[in-house]
Design a protein around this ligand. Structure first.
Ligand SMILES: Cc1ncc(COP(=O)(O)O)c(C=O)c1O
Length: 370
């Protein structure tokens, strides 16, 4: 008994490479922690107050499966303001919840799902759990998906393209031109897209977020509150797209998550009016610090255009894991690139950390530079 009871489908589903590093941090005396996949600012007070109020007012019960109507309306207005078309909106248990519901609703055994590599850790496993096959589209060295890479990977088994711009772990942002070219290929082959836009507010250098959905491509947009308002623990996100899909995802939510967290939904009614520009500007400042710091040391990071990561090649002779081991010996905690990629050549830094922490990290990296 015991392990033999486990289902076939979980074979080869391994703990994330991020968790493995996290678990070692408490053992360090004075760790420099650049592993975080979440902002280092706090949830705005107005959202916290609204959560306390929601609990006191008795909003502690199940909500409608698709989410409370005023929040669905607020999300719809947010998307409309950005010029993003969709038919229906539902509230999910984080973008993670939306990813699971979309995979269960869309993927048949044997279907291929195109995933630009590097990718967010969950994508390949959610495809496998649903019985599909992840097909990785290599985007090195600049991490922007090229139309010809996409076109070459399309077969008669391709079910959809997974997009994530701004991206984790690369912080790359697809340009308007790149989106146009990708859209052209998708239209030609009549392909669907699942677009994870969780970092839509984290874009630097005065640029604005653009969605593939605004290019007349059938799209499921996944968005959330975790990063923008630092509500990672509240488990709240949304999915917007064609009615046929959102309706089915809502049914799948009935039999899985039931609904998103009730208190978080009521609190999020006050989120869209929060001005997060100061927090984003502060991250942009730290982006500049770490990018220049790495560059001056002889590392060659592509310039992060959004999110809050750098994804940088390791020095010659190292794998991502051997380099991260050398960093951990000096109490610097980073994530090896092979947690996010079929390649084993880069390391991820999260710059959602204090300037002092970033400076300490650069001092360690100086001793390990190429
Ligand atoms: C690209 C991407 N998608 C989804 C998620 C998960 O988001 P949520 O907290 O809304 O489930 C993350 C979290 O790190 C992410 O980086």
């Amino acid at each position: 008994m015991s392990k033999q009871l486990l289902a076939q489908r979980v074979k080869g589903i391994e703990p994330s490479g991020i968790r493995k590093i996290f678990d070692r941090i408490p053992k360090a005396k004075n760790p420099i922690n650049l592993t975080m996949g979440e902002p280092d600012f706090d949830v705005p007070d107005v959202i916290k107050e609204s959560a306390y109020r929601a609990i006191r007012d008795g909003h502690n019960k199940y909500t409608p499966t698709q989410g409370i109507p005023p929040l669905r309306e607020a999300i719809a207005e947010y998307l409309r303001d950005m010029g993003i078309p969709f038919e229906e909106v539902m509230v999910t248990a984080g973008v993670s919840g939306g990813l699971v519901l979309s995979a269960l609703s869309l993927i048949n055994p044997g279907d291929e799902v195109l995933i630009p590599d590097p990718y967010f850790v969950m994508y390949k496993y959610m495809v496998r759990l649903a019985g599909g096959t992840p097909v990785f589209l290599d985007t090195y060295p600049d991490f922007n998906l090229k139309a010809d890479t996409l076109e070459k990977a399309i077969t008669d088994r391709t079910k959809f393209l997974m997009l994530n711009s701004p991206g984790n772990p690369t912080s790359a942002v697809l340009s308007a031109d790149e989106l146009d070219q990708i859209a052209e290929v998708l239209q030609k082959h009549n392909l669907f897209v699942v677009s994870d836009e969780i970092y839509d507010r984290f874009i630097y250098d005065g640029r604005k977020h653009e969605s593939i959905a605004s290019r007349d491509v059938p799209t499921l947009i996944l968005g959330g509150f975790s990063k923008t308002y630092a509500m990672t623990g509240w488990r709240l996100g949304f999915a917007a797209g064609p009615a046929w899909l959102i309706t089915q995802m809502t049914v799948m939510q009935q039999y899985s998550f039931t609904s998103a967290n009730s208190v978080a939904q009521y609190a999020a009614l006050d989120a869209f009016s929060c001005d997060m520009s100061e927090q984003i500007a502060s991250l942009e400042k730290r982006r500049n610090l770490i990018y220049k710091g790495l560059y001056d040391l002889g590392f060659k990071p592509p310039r992060p255009e959004g999110a809050f990561y750098t994804f940088t090649p390791v020095p010659p002779g190292d794998t991502s894991e051997s380099f991260v081991e050398r960093c951990i010996e000096k109490e610097l905690f980073l994530i090896p690139g092979n947690a996010f990629s079929q390649r084993d050549t880069h390391f991820r830094i999260s710059f959602a950390a204090s300037e002092e922490t970033l400076q300490r990290a650069l001092l360690v990296l100086e001793t390990l530079k190429p």
